[in-house]
Design a protein around this ligand. Structure first.
Ligand SMILES: *Cc1c(COP(=O)(O)O)cnc(C)c1O
Length: 409
């Protein structure tokens, strides 16, 4: 097929109104917040309602709103309160916002390898990097596909290590035993522009552990003991509150979450069979009894079968208006400058100066799944506003581009 006859379509985008489910409800709620004149969540009612509704939706005893997904992870680490130099096991494939909070709290991120098919950490990859200094484990349910939590929790519980779930990409995602975010000690969510629901920026933490929830609430609020008989600033903590403008918007977004998730799942169900069986292309591996909620649709493209791998396919898809992401992130987190050169506070390199050699050994041979996974992942943009025509167009494009790449045309 020549360039000129190639089909093109403009897909809904999560960066603007075409691909976001924002409307009259959000406008009315934000307008009401403004009319009330109370824009701080310490005094207003919207953020409190968001927290109550979010906790209810997740069946959690507490939810607290905070400034971002990054702030949510920071709250979780701060609540667990590691000693400087303690280790927090995390994943080599995630958002930087899930990693820098570990360093801000003086702990050492220790990277576990991932399953090359799901790009998720597993009990085996985590176990390999546990040490006597492991203080917490953070798992990221990447793209909305749940980590296999049973074995991970068994491993962690046997050693008394709390598990934090990063659910920024995994709203209403289910593992075999329930909603992710409620399976470990703390669940962290992001309300950033491109997530399942959004307030532009924002985050939420949930926990069923009253002490951890209380500490996260304090951490969001400069550790000021609101409601206590003799309140004080109990420990070092930032102001990570959201404003009532975000809180109001989020209260209107939350009731739309189930519909948005259903639409993303339905689109994936329509899409999967249309690309099934293409040589070297594999649909996401979704374990039985779990629910993947498709923040993105990650195809596995075997570069040994498809010449040029995900990059070759991605290039042709972009000519049709489909902005896919070969490799997802360009390099594993530990190859980023902050880790490679240990750039932290002044010239101190702290807290890396406290790390064992093993904890910061980023040798490539320790991460076979990470490198193989990044070389074969093609992340397709996914959206709750896709119509059948959008889904069929993407599937047809993948099939045709795949044929072109294989025939070398
Ligand atoms: C988006 C994201 C974050 C950070 O959230 P922000 O709201 O952008 O700070 C953390 N972890 C994962 C897995 C994410 O996708």
């Amino acid at each position: 097929m020549t360039q000129s006859t190639q089909e093109r379509m403009t897909l809904p985008s999560d960066q603007d109104a075409t691909g976001r489910t924002l409307g009259a409800e959000e406008i009315e709620a934000v307008a009401e917040a403004i009319r009330s004149g109370t824009l701080t969540s310490t005094k207003g009612s919207f953020t409190k309602k968001l927290e109550k509704d979010f906790a209810h939706l997740y069946g959690a005893s507490a939810a607290h709103a905070c400034a971002s997904g990054t702030a949510a992870i920071h709250c979780a680490i701060a609540a667990l309160d590691p000693e400087p130099g303690d280790e927090v096991v995390t994943t080599s494939i995630t958002d930087m916002g899930a990693l820098t909070p570990i360093l801000y709290q003086g702990a050492i991120p220790v990277f576990a390898d991932v399953d090359p098919r799901t790009l998720n950490v597993t009990a085996e990859t985590i176990e390999r990097v546990l040490s006597p200094r492991t203080r917490a484990i953070i798992v990221t349910h990447l793209f909305g596909n749940p980590c296999d939590m049973g074995p991970i929790l068994a491993l962690a519980n046997a050693r008394g290590i709390p598990v934090v779930e990063d659910c920024a990409q995994a709203f209403l995602t289910r593992d075999t035993t329930g909603l992710v975010g409620t399976l470990g000690a703390i669940g962290c969510f992001s309300l950033q522009q491109g997530k399942h629901i959004t307030t532009g920026e924002g985050g939420v933490v949930v926990s069923n552990d009253a002490a951890l929830a209380r500490r996260m609430f304090l951490f969001i609020n400069k550790a000021w003991g609101y409601g206590d008989a003799n309140p004080d600033h109990y420990f070092i903590a930032p102001n990570y509150r959201i404003s009532e403008l975000q809180g109001a918007c989020a209260t209107a977004q939350l009731p739309k979450l189930e519909g948005s998730v259903r639409s993303r799942v339905d689109a994936a169900k329509r899409f999967a069979p249309q690309v099934e069986g293409l040589a070297g292309v594999t649909n996401p591996v979704v374990r039985d009894g779990t629910v993947h909620t498709y923040w993105k649709y990650a195809l596995n493209v075997d570069p040994a079968v498809v010449p040029g791998g995900p990059a070759a396919l991605g290039k042709r898809l972009s000519a049709r208006g489909i902005a896919s992401a070969p490799r997802y992130i360009q390099k594993p987190a530990f190859r980023c400058q902050v880790f490679r050169d240990q750039v932290t506070f002044g010239k101190s390199r702290w807290p890396f100066t406290l790390a064992s050699k093993d904890a910061v050994d980023y040798a490539q041979e320790r991460f076979p799944g990470t490198f193989a996974g990044l070389e074969s992942v093609l992340v397709l943009p996914w959206n709750e506003r896709y119509t059948d025509a959008h889904v069929d167009f993407i599937a047809r494009s993948v099939r045709e581009c795949h044929a072109e790449v294989l025939s070398g045309s």
